[in-house]
Design a protein around this ligand. Structure first.
Ligand code: DAH
Length: 294
């Protein structure tokens, strides 16, 4: 402007102002169009139909142990068994003495126990429910008892202080190891969804005589040997046997007239096998990333 002749200044000033006004108007118009387009895109994307039904609460799923427990209960109910429960805080008598494990018996050391006051304890196995079943119902008796048990264990990937078992018992006139094998094969084939091959090894449990450890042939390798079965071809599944006469007698049943079989199965271990869970701690973790998979 400074270099212009004075008479030209007014004219040029006016012109520049007009140009400025026009540019500003164009800028505003374009910005308004962009804003409008952004709004339209958002309205399109965030469109909600208020007449649709609300999504509702997502449904959960049953814990893997609950699933297996329910299947075992249904199977045994179909075979005429009662499903019994018992308290998690038990008496020393029901947990040990009445199962032929007196106070000084070394078998007590096999189960590290959480002791409570007044000769009570957290039950170390579901076997005391046998005692409750025999005392409450007497013979003949067909019962199972699923539930939570406790051991004073150092916790790691394969040991927990809290886990689940299922107990089973038949008391009748003539019960043999053949009956025991039949029921064990039926139960394990049902749970695994295929025919299982089982074998018995001698095993010591004070409440049965004879007592057995029952193994199933390894699914992973079919018996040839692999890391899961520690190269043996067999996987240990449960303890079982024919009920010891002392156990019947202590619960008021005459062993000359009646006998029976009993078994105790680790539900936790069964769930771990069926679902290939490699850390026992996951089962009690309450971790939704784990639970949502079932
Ligand atoms: N109660 C035993 C345990 O926890 C398992 C068991 C073994 C139960 C033999 C039985 C049985 O009924 O007959 O180690």
């Amino acid at each position: 402007m400074g270099q212009l002749a004075p008479q030209e200044r007014a004219h040029v000033g006016k012109l520049l102002n007009a140009v400025k006004t026009e540019l500003e108007a164009a800028l505003h118009a374009r910005k308004a169009r962009f804003d409008e387009q952004a709004l339209a895109a958002r309205l399109d994307a965030e469109w909600v139909d208020l007449t649709l039904p609300a999504p509702g609460q997502p449904t959960g799923s049953l814990h893997p142990i609950t699933q297996i427990q329910t299947e075992i209960e249904d199977l045994f109910i179909s075979m005429g068994f009662a499903v019994l429960g018992g308290p998690e805080v038990e008496t020393e008598y029901n947990n040990f003495d009445a199962l032929n494990i007196p106070a000084d018996h070394p078998a007590r050391d096999m189960q590290d126990t959480f002791w409570l006051a007044d000769h009570n304890l957290l039950r170390t196995h579901t076997s005391p429910v046998q005692v409750r079943g025999m005392q409450r119902f007497g013979p003949p008796l067909r019962m199972i008892a699923p539930g939570r048990v406790f051991r004073n264990e150092a916790v790691d990937a394969s040991h927990e202080h809290t886990f689940y078992q299922v107990e089973g018992m038949i008391v009748d006139r003539v019960v043999s190891v053949a009956h025991l094998i039949y029921f064990m094969k039926t139960m394990l084939s049902h749970i695994m969804g295929r025919d299982v091959t089982v074998r018995l090894r001698p095993g010591f449990f004070p409440f049965v005589e004879p007592g057995f450890e029952l193994d199933i042939q390894c699914f992973i390798c079919g018996g040839a040997g692999c890391p899961v079965c520690k190269q043996s071809g067999w996987v240990e599944q449960l303890g079982c046997g024919l009920v010891h006469p002392n156990v019947l007698r202590m619960s008021g049943i005459d062993p000359e007239e009646w006998n029976g079989f009993a078994f105790g199965l680790g539900l936790t271990r069964l769930a771990m096998m069926r679902y290939s869970i490699d850390d026992i701690r996951l089962l009690q973790s309450g971790d939704l990333r784990f639970l949502n998979q079932f």
